[in-house]
Design a binder for this molecule. Structure first.
Ligand code: T1G
Length: 696
């Protein structure tokens, strides 16, 4: 008998308690245990009902994702659930914590469901590139109707107990202990002589326009296919007998299990958890952080302060004048109003943050008690050094001094202080209270417990924190600069920015690079190009059309014109007719005869540049592992999640073919397309980037 399911008797009720920490995943041992304990209950004289309850913090988190990609072992989850439902005994689920995926499907196979108010249910399989594969697409519509069931499945959202009760998913919401609630509920049902009510025997729901629903959801997925396939599985629940519908669901589930999108999304699921678990920080205690100082109240500083305030920290925000301080307070209040509107904070919390937790100050001396100070001032090394000199003077011993710089040398900043071990980079992405990515930039002198504190702060702020070494642009912006240059070089050779945006949006990006540049502000890239030219790092063929655009004051959305003309609004994406003549002027200046680019070539070149620079970033130790680069691009640069990240995508398409592409491009520009040594080594050894992830 499996030790994952404890068996006990409470009168004429058999209690099956699931004990598979940390989240009661439905591993093979759990499935076998449930099957065996159901047999035991049915053979146990006097038992009239079975109660299933989870120990620990969840009912069930779903199928055991670590088993995906391996040969499935019996009992398969759909068969187990059918077995539970077919029991002659009354079977009741008492839910708390999460009941997700197969976990909710087990509950739907029970005859009744009770939950505590804090319980959440969901079918998040689409986030793994799948659909519910254990009866969820067949049973849920019978309880809720088609539209609500499709909303649950195609969004993968977690639903609170009260809403689940309103939808008919849960029968009773009852505060208290799940075991006691469950026993009382079963006893009540038995006393009432309640008949078993198998969901599979309920009438199927009314049909909808399946093809329109499929097309609409496919379009919304920006290339991800599994949400749309939920429609076809639910369609089978309406058009076929239950057993046939189950088979149809299983086939779709099995087909999706074979897809690259499933590989990419499972990689993303585990990588976003692994990326912040650094082997070198095992056993290293972070320093306590309850009170932080933010220097600079512009967009970034206000965003960082907002993120800290929402995490319950006290914040002293320093600006150079009372007027600038009030402007910063206004930005923070605007950010908090959004959080209040979205229900992330209550009105009382909102008011307490603005009246107590946040202090706007204008003197460095008020920062003497902060546990950590982070500056978000002008991106100029001299300005940064002055700020750090003041922080070094006023902050208490042990306080951490952090810079939000997006590319400046952390080691050079640290060297200007008396405490280089307490200095690190905390590179937030704008808007800092919304974007999940945080690059924790580790200097040569940064102490391990300071690094640990950076990650602990990131966790408090709900960030995906990635360790980055010191170089120009750290991980994300360094790679961005390269693939953006590849796009500019394609423009010089004849591609249009609009074809490039369209090709990358078809690849799965929400916005192509030129639409993104318009959103971020073309002046940012302009400043980087001018800096790199001053540092002698301009590309061999230097595009000037983008400078011309900026010289005319067109910075993108914020000025109403950039690559696109925003007179009709940001969604219209009307090309700016002035851009093409500027590009043609570059062709003439450089003596280039423009050629056509197919979408396929655009994507191959763009991705080859991204993968090649990513491999250099890993090879040089700027990023610890390939998954660190994948998570940086996913959470900071909108890389399509279903590809898993650029290096997971590279493993899937094949490193040998990619290296061949890069070597062919190197004929045009040997410097820009110099193959990454790590990529060449992996191809020579017949290995993948994932092999390096396993080394940790
Ligand atoms: N399988 C295996 N391990 C899992 C797991 C799962 N389903 N869920 C979590 N873990 C591990 C996770 O990797 C981490 O491990 C630890 O548990 C704590 O997780 C047939 C096929 C449940 C809301 O998609 O959403 O059912 O890093 O850090 O923030 O239709 O985990 O400690 O070694 O995330 O409190 C559907 C996925 C599966 C749910 C908890 N279910 N999990 O969040 O902790 S497919 C899911 C989550 C399916 C059926 C189909 C979250 C959580 P480690 P954590 P958390």
């Amino acid at each position: 008998m499996s030790d994952k399911i404890a068996y006990s008797r409470q009168g004429d009720i058999a209690v099956l308690t699931v004990q598979n920490p940390p989240v009661n995943a439905l591993s093979h041992a759990v499935r076998q245990g449930l099957w065996d304990r159901m047999d035991q209950a049915e053979a146990d004289a006097g038992v009239r009902a079975v109660l299933i309850v989870g120990e620990g913090r969840a009912f069930f988190a779903g199928a055991d994702i670590t088993e995906f990609g391996k040969p499935p072992l019996e009992p398969h989850l759909p068969d187990l659930i059918n077995r539970i439902e077919a029991s002659p005994l009354l079977v009741v689920a008492s839910m708390h914590g999460v009941s997700l995926g197969g976990g909710l499907e087990v509950a739907l196979g029970c005859h009744n469901r009770i939950a505590v108010p804090s319980a959440k249910v969901g079918l998040p399989e689409v986030h793994l590139g799948l659909i519910p594969g254990a009866g969820g697409t067949q049973r849920l519509p019978r309880l809720t109707g088609v539209e609500p069931a499709l909303d649950v499945m195609t969004t993968g959202r977690h639903i609170g107990a009260d809403k689940a009760h309103a939808l008919g998913i849960i029968d009773v919401v009852q505060d208290g202990d799940p075991m006691e609630n469950g026993l009382a509920y079963v006893q009540k049902l038995l006393a009432e002589g309640a008949a078993r009510s198998p969901v599979s025997e309920m009438d199927p729901p009314a049909p909808i326009d399946w093809d329109s629903a499929f097309d609409a959801i496919l379009a919304r997925g920006r290339g991800q296919i599994s949400p749309a396939w939920c429609v076809r599985a639910v369609q089978a629940s309406v058009e076929k007998p239950f057993a046939e519908g189950l088979k149809a669901e299983r086939q779709i589930f099995y087909d999706l299990m074979q897809t690259d999108q499933r590989k990419g999304m499972i990689h993303a699921f585990f990588s976003e958890r692994a990326v912040s678990n650094l082997p070198e920080l095992k056993g290293v205690d972070p320093r306590p952080v309850q009170h932080i100082g933010v220097i600079g109240g512009g967009t970034m500083g206000a965003g960082i302060a907002t993120a800290a305030l929402l995490a319950g920290l006290r914040v002293h925000l320093l600006e150079m004048s009372a007027q600038a301080g009030e402007a910063a307070r206004g930005r923070i209040a605007g950010n908090l109003a959004g959080a209040l509107k979205r229900g992330k904070i209550s009105a009382d919390q909102h008011d307490a943050i603005l009246t107590q937790a946040l202090q706007i100050v204008t003197s460095y001396d008020t920062l003497s008690d902060v546990d950590l100070a982070v500056e978000a001032v002008f991106e100029d090394m001299e300005v940064k050094k002055q700020v750090f000199a003041e922080l070094d003077r006023v902050c208490k011993p042990g306080a951490i001094l952090a810079s939000n710089t997006s590319y400046l040398d952390i080691d050079a900043i640290a060297a200007t202080t008396s405490r280089p071990g307490d200095v690190l980079g905390l590179h937030f992405f704008s808007p800092a209270h919304v974007m999940k990515l945080l690059e924790v930039v580790v200097g040569a002198e940064t102490a391990p417990d300071v690094v640990a504190t950076g990650f602990a702060l990131g966790k408090m702020l709900g960030k995906i924190s990635v360790r980055a070494g010191v170089c120009d642009g750290f991980i994300g912006n360094r790679i961005l600069a390269t693939y953006r240059t590849a796009a500019d070089q394609m423009i010089l050779d004849g591609a249009s920015p609009y074809d490039i945006d369209a090709a990358l949006e078809a690849f799965g990006f929400a916005m192509g690079p030129f639409a993104v540049a318009d959103l971020a502000g073309l002046d940012i890239g302009w400043a980087v190009r001018k800096r790199k030219r001053a540092e002698g790092q301009a590309p061999k063929r230097d595009a000037t059309y983008a400078d011309t655009l900026c010289e005319q004051g067109h910075f993108g959305q914020k000025t109403g014109k950039g690559y696109y003309d925003y007179a009709a609004g940001p969604k219209a994406r009307v090309p700016n007719p002035d851009v093409t003549p500027m590009i043609e002027a570059d062709h003439a200046r450089l003596g280039i005869t423009p050629r056509l680019f197919t979408r396929e070539e655009i994507v191959r070149r763009y991705m080859a540049a991204m993968v090649n620079e990513s491999a250099k970033v890993v090879g040089e130790g700027i990023a610890r592992r390939p998954l660190d680069v994948d998570m940086t691009l996913l959470f900071g640069y909108g890389f399509p999640r279903y590809h898993g990240g650029p290096l997971k995508w590279a493993d899937i398409v094949g490193l040998e073919a990619l290296l061949k592409d890069i070597k062919s491009y190197a004929i045009e520009d040997a410097d820009f397309w110099a193959p990454a040594p790590l990529l060449e080594q992996l191809v020579a050894d017949g290995k993948t980037f994932d092999d390096l992830n396993k080394k940790g």
